[in-house]
Design a protein around this ligand. Structure first.
Ligand code: DHB
Length: 362
């Protein structure tokens, strides 16, 4: 049984991230959810870093053993997964209310919820808590069991989706004295763009013209123009790093944002969530087939190795590219030196590339 407290319309419309590690796209194909990713996903073999008024390409695939990234909106993936589940006549309830989890330390943990006005109870073998950072699962673990590690950032991202062909063939991560900017895309005629802003930025102060003006300034490059188009969606994303350990209590297994958050720089959130779910699914299948709990017992440690690598990578990318209020000339010089190092040293560029496409941690 799959429970979702939002409506189908809401989850299928919410604009989220859009960069998938190749292994994650392959995983979707393997599980039968990849048909549209393969057809419509855009395979990219590099990204660009812009700083000091110049752009430098990082050839990801060349540096990272041929692996690439796939541009495909999380929103589209959510639609694909919902359709697959409903086509298979497997239960999925939207708009559930008052969800709570109980008896986590027993062999039969319980989920209570309301659906279409009626109270319901589900006695389970395991509960996968995939209910996000603000969900009910993590807070249901008794106090003192989980250790939490976190970092707040003094900025956010203001993002837009615009009906205009992307002005560049590859993603551009731009360092600028006025703050970070990112040029991304969703399809050949949909651009996705972000600018660094305050975490509590008021969207009312950002009419479309002002957003484009800021993007033009931060992404400007001699001999290149940023094409503008109608803004279809805009929003502010907060930035936070967070991990809780372990990702399990009794028969409750936390996955994705319920257990960890990365700042968006580097686009790791969706990838980590899908990889958690993969490890958990394999462990559950193995348990049903063989009776062995080895996979379930290793779940948290297995996932946390990858998660901490991504936590570091996202934190590092964030610090290298953003200009916090109050940062001084020394900070600026360090950032520029690091960016120059990445574009001049194959070792440094390789480190970025292998983390960006998704490191295999044996
Ligand atoms: C996108 C988001 C990211 O966080 C990122 O690093 C690159 C691209 C996006 O939404 O397209």
């Amino acid at each position: 049984m799959l429970l979702e407290d939002r409506s189908r319309e809401y989850v299928e419309a919410r604009v989220r991230a859009g960069v998938m590690e190749q292994d994650v796209a392959d995983l979707l194909v393997e599980t039968g959810a990849g048909e549209r990713v393969v057809r419509e996903g855009l395979v990219h073999h590099g990204i660009e870093l812009q700083f000091a008024s110049e752009r430098h390409r990082i050839p990801l695939s060349e540096l990272a053993g041929g692996r690439a990234i796939v541009i495909y909106g999380q929103t589209e993936l959510v639609k694909d997964l919902i359709r697959l589940r409903l086509d298979g006549d497997r239960p999925l309830h939207f708009d559930v209310e008052e969800v709570s989890v109980h008896d986590l330390e027993s062999d039969g943990p319980l989920v209570r919820y309301r659906h279409e006005g009626l109270g319901a109870e589900l006695r389970c073998d395991v509960i996968a808590g995939c209910d996000g950072f603000h969900g009910v699962c993590r807070p249901s673990v008794p106090h003192g069991v989980l250790s939490e590690f976190s970092r707040e950032y003094a900025f956010g991202w203001l993002g837009i989706l615009a009906a205009v062909a992307p002005s560049n063939g590859e993603l551009v991560y731009a360092h600028h004295e006025r703050g970070f900017a990112l040029l991304s895309l969703r399809s050949p005629d949909l651009s996705r763009l972000y600018i660094q802003c305050r975490p509590d930025e008021d969207l009312a102060e950002w009419p479309d013209d002002r957003i484009w003006e800021e993007l033009q300034t931060r992404l400007s490059l001699e001999g290149w123009t940023l094409a503008e188009g109608p803004v279809l969606e805009k929003g502010v994303t907060g930035m936070r790093s967070y991990v809780c350990e372990p990702m399990r209590h009794g028969r409750l297994f936390l996955a994705g944002d319920a257990a960890h958050i990365v700042p968006p720089t580097g686009a790791k959130g969706l990838n980590l969530a899908l990889r958690d779910v993969r490890v958990l699914a394999d462990a559950i299948v193995d348990w049903y087939r063989s009776g062995s709990t080895t996979g379930l017992d290793a779940y948290s440690d297995t996932c946390l190795r990858r998660i901490w690598r991504a936590e570091h990578f996202s934190w590092w990318m964030t610090h290298m590219l953003h200009r916090p209020d109050g940062s001084d000339a020394f900070d600026l010089k360090l950032q520029l030196s690091e960016l120059a190092y990445i574009t001049r040293s194959e070792a440094a560029a390789t480190s970025l590339a292998e983390n960006y496409v998704g490191l295999e941690l044996v």
